[in-house]
Design a protein around this ligand. Sequence first.
Ligand code: GLU
Length: 289
Amino acid sequence: MTAALRTRFAPSPTGLLHLGTAFSALYTFEKTLPAGGAFLLRMDDLDQGRCRTEYEQAILEDLAWLGIGWLQPVVRQSERQDHYRGSLEILATLGVTYPCFCTRKEIAEEAARSLHAPHGPEGILYPGTCRGLSNTEVMDRIAAGKPSVTRLNLTRAFDLLGGDLFFEEVGAGPDGETGTMRCAPELLGDIVLARKDFPGSYHLCTVVDDASFGINYVARGEDLFHATSVHRLLQELLGLPAPIYDHHKLIKAADGRRLSKRDADLSIQALRDAGSTPADVRARLGFLW
Ligand code: GLU
């Protein structure tokens, strides 16, 4: 790569940093440093019901304790809503969005009714209930005060593209493959682009922010491998550059489960309280001090 490496770590401040998220932060930071690149920190705080400033503060402290330094200022998605609105408008103008009034419960019920409900790697795919609503039906629902999300109309998006998309994987995909990957955004279906309570979703905000901040190398967990196909599609629709992707293995609990906020004893705070040093935690995750 000729351009200087620019990476980011983007935790959601909905809980404490645990061994899994700390691994991701260290993995990204350690890739950046030797290459003389820039490491940005972004708070993915778009779920305002679950994000807390106390968690953000704790994450900043834990990262610094682990020896990680980042460029100032810390980016917060909650402060970038105008950027996401602008991108949503572009996608609407392209005709690749539609409002969806279904609740999670309705989507699950619809899938249960259908014998052939489409499933993706992350579970049920949106069955497309609201995709064909007429303008009058949309207006009626809005007039009745029904809240809506904005979804991507994947079929229309494919029509616009007219060809395959690819991304460069330098980590390891689910099958351990590296190199040029063909995108398969259909595995996630008509994803949400904007939530009911926020003018963006994880997918949209990540793509917009990675481009806005010149991120050219995205390191993150392999659980997001399929999301990358969707991100490439959004980049293409919005005319944004594609970073290189590096999906790393996840740190699992002793029983093979993915670590989560429920594993309170594996939070960095708990390990610190129990007397671990930064060098201990780094060594446990496979990083030298
Ligand atoms: N906030 C996202 C997460 O914690 C970031 C994922 C990414 O790096 O794109 O899963």
